[in-house]
Design a protein around this ligand. Structure first.
Ligand code: ADE
Length: 230
């Protein structure tokens, strides 16, 4: 089984590479792809760079060039749901693009004709995540993640995203990865640990908690790999 694990930033994949050991490196289309064998699984790991465009390229490359059959995303997000504190984990049940706006033509916010407003994550991977959470005695919130090419550090924008999409967290890559996986029929799972709460302190908190929250997420993903390996 070939599994892709991606992040957006180098900090999001470094804990994975450190834990998973020696790897083969391939440079392709402006990214570095690391291939590792772990407990009988073939893994391809990469960070895309920030945002929907770069993450689309990386997800598609992992599937089309490296042959990934499942994709797990590990990273950080801004929390919306008040139950999410810094360091807490959220697994996306579905994802949407909060910055798509062709409402001028009568379409709802986030909707692209012939696309889906919400893309659902793979149920089987969510079940595995719940098992891991209970074994680790960790709270894992399942909910909607809204994605856009904006670092949100503004209460008004955050509240608009919350109200419009019933979103629990926001970030900058999940929905674009979901679009790729959905189109190519590859089961996917998007995990995020909260680095900030998308308010006026978001920039400061993101810098402060990026590393520790990225590690929380990576540790959880490795436990999921242990389950996928058996
Ligand atoms: N990722 C982590 N925090 C974020 C925020 N506040 N906005 C967008 N993406 C994020």
């Amino acid at each position: 089984m070939k599994i892709a694990i991606m992040g957006a930033m180098v900090e999001e994949i470094t804990p994975l590479l450190e834990a998973l050991g020696t790897h083969r490196k391939t440079e392709y289309a402006g990214n570095v792809y690391y291939e590792v064998e772990y407990k009988g699984l073939e893994l391809v790991i990469a960070y895309s760079k920030i945002g929907k465009v770069f993450s689309t390229l990386t997800a598609a490359t992992m599937i089309e060039k490296f042959g990934a059959e499942k994709l797990l995303f590990s990273g950080v997000a801004g929390g919306i749901n008040p139950r999410l504190k810094i360091g807490d984990l959220i697994a996306a049940t579905s994802l949407c693009q909060h910055d798509v706006d062709i409402t001028a033509f009568g379409h709802p916010d986030g909707f692209i004709p012939e696309g889906k407003l919400f893309i659902k994550s793979d149920d089987a991977l969510l079940v595995i995540a719940k098992e891991v959470a209970s074994q680790m005695d960790k709270n894992l919130l399942e909910g909607v993640i809204a994605t856009g090419d904006q670092f949100v550090a503004d209460l008004k924008r955050k509240n608009w995203i919350a109200d419009t999409f019933a979103a629990d967290a926001l970030e900058m890559e999940g929905a674009s990865v979901a679009v790729v996986c959905d189109a190519l029929d590859v089961p996917f799972f998007i995990l995020r640990a909260i680095s900030d709460t998308a308010d006026m302190d978001a920039g400061f908190n993101f810098d402060k908690f990026l590393e520790s929250s990225a590690k929380e997420s990576a540790t959880f993903i490795i436990k999921m790999l242990d389950k996928l390996a058996v």
